[in-house]
Design a protein. Structure first.
Length: 332
């Protein structure tokens, strides 16, 4: 992460510049590169800096990739700028979302061509990307040891319309070339996926051989394709050919909340049929005149997709904060 860099090279754009007020002319923008419980690091045009946090700052309110304004003389944090995109997830049993990354252009969802490939879990990641405004890209690994890698590619492509799916070997330098379309100067990608699928290896490959703080990597158990968690904190790394990559810890559970729009995009084939149902609040489970059930009966819609949509929709509604309207009425 050593400098120097231009602000544009760090991902600065008019979206952020337009938020700076005239009375903040003496402040300088910094991009958050690391977030820990009691400290934060950032990148400036000159290189890495340690931010000085005001008393009682909750670092949980900040994400790697955020843009903040600081006093350039002291590096004291002044305020955070609004995010262009944000990736956040719900932890099981927690009422509040956990920030994963901010101002990300694309989300690389890494999975392998073996027992790790799990459509329901991938759909959760896709909903997260859709809701947060990042372009999702499925990155398939371990194709060299799979009997039929194209079968996995086909399954991945069927998860969402227009989805990009790329097969790479994270250990090979060519992996960076296969993903170059999303990794240009000033662009930021985040990498998510289960442990042991090659996330940290891919980050190291994207960062290039001169990267001064490579991510630790670990193996997998062959009998169930499960891996050990080798990344324990989110961090921002320069990509050798330009741009930035955010590595994330392996996620054992991913709960959805406040992701209705993301689910609508993910399950567009269901969303588009819903207006043709007889009842406006149709659950597509038992109501007469249901266009979705009719499509399933006619073989135009995968019943397993409908079942997974129903599961995620119910989970999302249960985890979505309900606002209180006039006279105490509930509204979503």
């Amino acid at each position: 992460m050593s400098g120097p860099h231009t602000l544009a090279g760090l991902g600065w754009s008019a979206f952020f510049a337009d938020q700076c007020r005239p009375d903040e002319a003496e402040l300088a923008p910094r991009r958050v590169a690391t977030v820990h419980r009691s400290r934060m690091g950032a990148l400036s045009e000159a290189g890495p800096v340690k931010l000085v946090l005001p008393v009682h700052t909750n670092t949980g309110d900040y994400a790697v990739g955020d843009w903040v304004l600081v006093d350039p003389a002291t590096q004291s944090l002044h305020r955070r700028l609004d995010r262009r995109t944000v990736l956040e997830r719900r932890r099981e049993g927690s009422p509040t979302p956990q920030l994963a990354a901010a101002n990300v252009d694309a989300l690389f969802i890494v999975t392998s061509c073996n027992a790790d490939f799990n459509a329901p879990r991938l759909e959760r990641y896709l909903a997260l990307a859709n809701q947060g405004g990042a372009e999702p890209v499925i990155v398939l690994t371990k194709a060299d040891v799979a009997e039929d890698a194209e079968r996995y590619r086909g399954q991945a492509l069927s998860l969402q319309r227009g989805l990009r799916v790329v097969i790479v070997n994270p250990r090979e330098p060519e992996a960076a070339a296969h993903l170059a379309a999303w990794c240009g100067p000033g662009r930021t990608v985040a990498v998510v996926g289960s442990s042991g699928v090659g996330k940290s290896t891919l980050v190291n490959t994207l960062a290039g051989p001169d990267h001064d703080a490579p991510q630790a990597t670990g193996g997998i158990r062959e009998h169930d394709a499960k891996g050990r968690h080798t990344t324990t904190a989110r961090s921002l790394h320069a990509i050798a050919g330009g741009g930035w990559v955010i590595d994330t810890p392996g996620i054992r559970s991913l709960q959805l909340g406040d992701a209705a729009e993301g689910l609508d995009t993910l399950f567009a084939e269901i969303t588009e049929l819903a207006p043709a149902c007889r009842f406006r609040d149709c659950t597509h489970a038992h109501e007469p005149g249901c266009a979705v059930r009719a499509a399933v009966a006619e073989g135009r819609l995968d019943p397993e997709r409908v079942s997974r949509w129903r599961t995620l929709r119910a989970e999302n509604r249960g985890n979505t904060v309900v606002a209180t309207g006039p006279r105490g009425n509930k509204r979503r």
